[in-house]
Ligand binder design. Structure first.
Ligand code: BTN
Length: 264
């Protein structure tokens, strides 16, 4: 177990923008917080912030992201796309496609769970947390935070996560051998550049289609918990903002911005 080596990641990179600048830390509160500060001080497009461990790793919906040292990937990317603020959530989809692809190159049974979890055999291996700064409806920068469970063993997950460990996994658990963190990180950075360019050059609809191809719940019956409510229906798709569309039993469509989806 050792700290992530920036130089070995850089040697493996073939990208033009993403990962050209890498800031690596042994321990931070949250790489998203560090990225936010660096972006406010002008860090360039594609800058990456990596930490070996986080003391305040943040998950979606105010949850914690378990971030012990020496085993996983905790990384944030600074993007500066010239897009409207309302389109920024699409970068979360870009990131989940990139993660799913990097993992799918190793494990076949990989899917995306709305909004941005990546699952192996139905268990969560990675998540994305996005934030942004905008002025006059235009994006200044977007911070895409990515956490991937790479080398946590089942015992570690049980110890660190408690009950949540039952719905979590790691790439090591799925493959049965240790993952080279620097190599995986470089592969993921490569995928991020590919899908970011697809988004900029081809557009939103390409990202939404690619995301839906990897989505495990399409046309499945689901229960969705959001805003203190619960609804049941058929997961029909996502709209152009990445919001979930669920067709309810009465035939009407519900559009959900944030929540948890359970397959029925
Ligand atoms: C989720 O699925 O709830 C999102 C998890 C995102 C975790 C990553 S780890 C790197 C970055 N820094 C953070 O504090 N959170 C994200």
């Amino acid at each position: 177990m050792e700290t992530m080596g920036t130089e070995s990641i850089k040697k493996l990179l073939k990208t033009e923008t993403v990962g050209k600048t890498i800031y690596s830390f042994e321990e931070v509160g949250s790489t998203n917080e560090v990225a936010y500060e660096l972006a406010r001080h002008g860090a360039p497009e594609g800058s990456i912030i990596i930490a070996d461990s986080q003391t305040r790793g943040k998950g979606r919906l105010q949850r914690r992201w378990i971030s012990p040292p020496g085993v996983n990937l905790y990384m944030s990317v600074i993007f500066r796309p010239r897009i409207a603020a309302k389109d920024a959530p699409l970068l979360t989809l870009v990131a989940s496609i990139a993660i799913a692809q990097a993992i799918k190159n190793k494990v076949d049974d990989t899917q995306i769970k709305w909004p941005n979890d990546v699952l192996i055999q139905g268990k969560k291996v990675a998540g994305v947390l996005t934030g942004m700064q905008a002025s006059q409806d235009k994006v200044d920068f977007v911070i895409v935070g990515i956490g991937v469970n790479l080398n946590m063993t089942r015992e570690m997950m049980q110890k660190e996560m408690g009950e949540v460990s039952e719905i979590a996994t790691s790439l090591r658990e799925a493959l049965g051998h240790e993952i080279e963190r620097e190599k995986f990180t470089a592969d993921l950075i490569g995928e991020l550049e590919v899908w970011y360019q697809e988004f900029l050059q081809v557009g939103k609809s390409r990202i939404i289609n690619e995301w839906m191809k990897r989505w495990g719940a399409i046309d499945r019956r689901v229960l969705v918990r959001f805003d203190g409510r619960e609804i049941e229906g058929i997961a029909s798709g996502i709209d152009e903002n990445g919001y979930l569309l669920v067709k309810k039993n009465d035939g009407t469509m519900e559009r959900i911005i944030a929540g948890d989806v359970i397959l029925l």
